[in-house]
Design a protein around this ligand. Structure first.
Ligand code: SF4
Ligand code: SF4
Length: 446
C-alpha cells in the first residue's frame, strides 16, 4: 500500500490590475551612494581629506596637516568619526554596512564583474565549447579583479604612505622596503577578499556587525515584513526576497537577524513581484516595529528618526564634537613657535661688552608651503637674536630648533632683571606669537 504525501496547498494569488512602481526603489539609490563613497574613498588620501603619513608621523584631516604632537586634535577627529558610525548604528542600524562600507561596495562590485564576465563569455563565444566559455569567463573575471586589486590596494595603502612615494615604489616593483611589502601584501589580500570572501567577511570576521547589535534599541531602523495571517496572507511564496538577499537570510523569519545589513534589496524585490498582481509589497523600512502606515502619519521629527531623548542627546553630542573640532582647527597655529629661556647659563658677557642670554627656539612649519618667520624683541633697546637669518625661512614640514643668543647692550640702570617680550610673526598666520620673559644682566655693584 503506498502512502501519498498530502499536497501542501499553494497560496491563492488573487490577480488585480498591476500597480505603478513604488515611489522609492532602493537599489539604484544605494548604487549612487556607493559611487559617491567610492569617489570619496579614492579622493581622500590624494586631497588630504583624511590620511595618516606613518613614516613622517603626520595626520591629514579636512586639508589640515596635523603633527603627532597635536595629538589632542587627532584624537578629537578620530573620536568624531567613531561617534558618527556608532550614532548611525543606534539610529539607522546597519545602513553603514550596506550603503557606505568599502567591503560591501567592492564585494557587490566584484559580483557584478562576475556576472558581466559570464554574460560576455556566452555572447562572444556563442558556438564554442562550454570549457572554452568557462575559461574566458574566469580569465575575464580574474583579470579585471587583479587590476582592480592593484588599484584598490594602492588607494588603501595611500592612507598610510605618501601617494607619490608609494607610486614610485609600485613603478619600480619594490618588494623589498616596508612600503613595497605592505603594498604587495594588501594587493594579495584585496584580490583574495573580492574573489573568495566578499560578504562572508561581514558575517564571520567583521566585529562591527556584531557590535551594532548591541547599539540597537526599540526605535532603530529595521527592515520588517508585515503580512496578514491565514486567508488574509498576501505573500505568494515566490521567495524572490530570499533569492536577492546577498546575506543569505529570509527576512520573513524576523526583522532582528544579525546578518541583515538593511540594504533594502528584499523591499525592492517584493514590491516588484506583488505590484504585478496589484498589491503593494510586504517588506518596508520601519522605525523599530512601528508599522509604516502609522509612521507616515507621525510628525516630521519622528519620521526623521528623533523618536526619544537619547537621539536628541546624540545630536547634541555630535554638535559638541563638531564645534570642538572646528574650534581646535581654527585656533591651531600653522607655524608652531616655541620660545623658552635656557637658564643653564644666567648670562654671558660678550667680547664687545654686550650681554647675552640663551634662548631655546623651536619653529615648525605645519603648512603645505614655504613660510617665513620674523622675530624681534620689545622692552630692551638694541636687543637682537643671533639668528643665521631673520626672517627664518622654513620649507613645508621643516623644523628649526636650536639655542640662540639674545644680545643687548649693557644698561647701567641698577637693574639685573629686565622684563622683555619676544615676538614672532609668520607670513602664514594673521596673529603674531608673543612670549614674555626676563633678560638677566650683571648688576653693577657700588
Ligand atoms: S518577495 Fe514578497 S511575496 Fe515573494 S516571498 Fe518574499 S515576501 Fe512573499
Ligand atoms: S534581508 Fe533584505 S535588507 Fe536584510 S540583508 Fe537581506 S536583502 Fe538586505
Amino acid at each position: 500500500m503506498s502512502i501519498q504525501a498530502e499536497a501542501v496547498p499553494k497560496p491563492k494569488v488573487e490577480r488585480l490590475p498591476a500597480l505603478p512602481p513604488p515611489d522609492t526603489i532602493y537599489r539604484p539609490i544605494r548604487k549612487r551612494i556607493h559611487l559617491a563613497f567610492f569617489l570619496a574613498f579614492v579622493a581622500a588620501p590624494f586631497t588630504n581629506l583624511m590620511r595618516f603619513d606613518i613614516p613622517r608621523q603626520r595626520f591629514y584631516f579636512a586639508g589640515f596637516e596635523l603633527w603627532i604632537s597635536e595629538f589632542a586634535i587627532i584624537f578629537f577627529a578620530l573620536m568624531l568619526l567613531m561617534f558618527v558610525i556608532a550614532a548611525s548604528a543606534i539610529i539607522h542600524g546597519r545602513v553603514y554596512c550596506s550603503y557606505a562600507c568599502p567591503q560591501m561596495i567592492f564585494s557587490e562590485w566584484s559580483q557584478d564583474v562576475e556576472r558581466w564576465a559570464r554574460r560576455s563569455a556566452q555572447r562572444w563565444l556563442k558556438s564554442a565549447s562550454a570549457d572554452l566559455k568557462k575559461a574566458l569567463e574566469l580569465g575575464l573575471f580574474y583579470g579585471v579583479l587583479a587590476v582592480a586589486s592593484v588599484f584598490l590596494a594602492f588607494v588603501f595603502t595611500s592612507y598610510f604612505i605618501e601617494p607619490r612615494d608609494l607610486l614610485g615604489r609600485l613603478v619600480h616593483l619594490d618588494f623589498v622596503t616596508v612600503g613595497g611589502i605592505t603594498g604587495a601584501t594588501v594587493t594579495l589580500i584585496t584580490f583574495l577578499d573580492f574573489t573568495l570572501v566578499r560578504q562572508k567577511f561581514c558575517t564571520t570576521v567583521c566585529p562591527y556587525g556584531y557590535i551594532q547589535g548591541m547599539f540597537q534599541d526599540k526605535h532603530t531602523l529595521l527592515v520588517s515584513y508585515v503580512d496578514g495571517v491565514g486567508e488574509a496572507k498576501d505573500c505568494i511564496e515566490c521567495k524572490k526576497c530570499v533569492r536577492v538577499c546577498e546575506m543569505g537570510i529570509d527576512i520573513r523569519d524576523s526583522p532582528f537577524q544579525i546578518e541583515c545589513i538593511h540594504c533594502g534589496d528584499c523591499i525592492d524585490a517584493c514590491e516588484d513581484i506583488l505590484r504585478k498582481v496589484g498589491k503593494p509589497g510586504l517588506i518596508h523600512y520601519t522605525w523599530g516595529e512601528t508599522p509604516k502606515a502609522v509612521a507616515l502619519l507621525e510628525p516630521w521629527y519622528l519620521r526623521w528618526g528623533f523618536r526619544d531623548a537619547k537621539r536628541v542627546v546624540i545630536l547634541l553630542i555630535l554638535v559638541f564634537y563638531l564645534t570642538g573640532l572646528g574650534l581646535a582647527l581654527s585656533l591651531r597655529r600653522p607655524v608652531l613657535v616655541e620660545i623658552n629661556p635656557d637658564r643653564s647659563t644666567m648670562f654671558k658677557v660678550l667680547d664687545d661688552g654686550r650681554i647675552a642670554n640663551l634662548i631655546r627656539l623651536k619653529l615648525a612649519n605645519r603648512t603645505g608651503k614655504t613660510a617665513q618667520v620674523r622675530l624681534w624683541v620689545e622692552g630692551l633697546p638694541g636687543a637682537d637674536l643671533a639668528l643665521p637669518a631673520n626672517p627664518v625661512v622654513l620649507k613645508s614640514g621643516e623644523t628649526f630648533e636650536r639655542t640662540v643668543e639674545l644680545r643687548a647692550p649693557y644698561v647701567e640702570n641698577g637693574q639685573d632683571v629686565h622684563h622683555i617680550r619676544i615676538l614672532a610673526q609668520s607670513d602664514a598666520a594673521r596673529r603674531s606669537d608673543a612670549e614674555d620673559m626676563t633678560f638677566i644682566t650683571p648688576l653693577k655693584r657700588k
